[in-house]
Design a protein around this ligand. Structure first.
Ligand code: IPD
Ligand code: CA
Ligand code: CA
Length: 261
């Protein structure tokens, strides 16, 4: 399988899904509850149906897993979040993304993230670098944490993670230039690769939130690990990535002090 041509096709699929989302955005949505502080809308379902159909038509041999409809959980497969940032979307905040990854077991091989409201798409495949429309994404080592713009997400779906999360948040808050919590992990990861955020961490994400973003940040030159510096895979309980300098400072803050099992 040629990952370069594959990922270029997947860019079209993600952008097609983005058009579907924009047709729903700002309109009355059908919303259902699917878990603790978790909802799904007709826009999530329409985007996933489109992505699944397009991927199966273009790559009939690759099985599919989507957040909303499930599917294959091992081996080579697509891992898709058709709308990351559903609550932003449902409440009218224009930060949300489409995330599509090609994964082998626990390891993402290629990924595409599209941000429809900003018409930004980023993509990467293992060993091939990370790209957006007009440039290759190449991160520098960054600046000290006191000069760094940091993104995070709250572990709102899992009350047990709140206390350990707050320990780290308090420490980073006292040192970083600024912290933002925007409500779409795929967007946050895309913006690390894009060079806007200098680092990002979150607890309790799912494989479909992170699979595409992980390969993109890594190929852009960010460091990627669990919160304790452990090797990251799509089932890791935490994700922590960033430019080398702020990543290193934050690792000292987190390591040995914060346990998330
Ligand atoms: C959510 C977003 C959010 C993160 C949540 C995710 P969804 O995904 O990525 O930023 O904090 O944990 O569940 O539900 O909007 O696809
Ligand atoms: Ca998600
Ligand atoms: Ca989603």
């Amino acid at each position: 399988m040629n990952l370069k041509s594959l990922v270029e096709e997947v860019v079209h699929v993600a952008e097609g899904a983005g058009k579907i989302l924009l047709n729903y955005f700002g309109k009355t949505l059908h919303v259902e509850r699917k878990g603790l502080r978790d909802i799904v809308t007709d826009a999530d379902l329409a985007s996933e149906e489109y992505i699944k159909g397009e991927l199966q038509r273009r790559f009939p041999d690759v099985p599919f897993f989507g957040e909303e409809t499930g599917g294959e959980e091992r081996g080579i497969r697509w891992v898709v979040d058709p709308l990351d940032g559903t609550k932003n979307f449902a409440w009218g905040l224009d930060i949300f993304a489409v995330s599509i990854a090609l994964v082998r077991d626990d390891h993402p091989l290629a990924g595409v993230i599209h941000v429809p409201t900003k018409n930004i798409t980023v993509w990467a495949y293992e060993g091939g670098g990370a790209y957006t429309k007009d440039r290759k994404l190449v991160l520098d080592g960054g600046r000290p944490l006191s000069e760094s713009f940091i993104a995070t997400g709250f572990p709102h779906g899992n009350p047990e993670l709140v206390d350990p999360y707050i320990v780290g948040l308090r420490r980073v808050l006292k040192r970083a230039m600024a912290i933002r919590r925007l409500g779409s992990a795929a967007y946050d990861l895309a913006m690390v690769a894009y060079g806007m955020f200098d680092a990002f961490w979150e607890f309790g994400l799912a494989p479909w939130d992170t699979a595409a973003g992980a390969v993109i940040v890594r190929e852009a030159g960010a460091v990627l690990s669990g919160i304790d510096g452990s090797p990251w895979n799509i089932n890791s309980p935490t994700i922590f990535t960033g430019k080398r300098v702020p990543y290193g400072e934050m690792l000292k803050i987190f390591r040995g002090e914060i346990r998330v099992d």
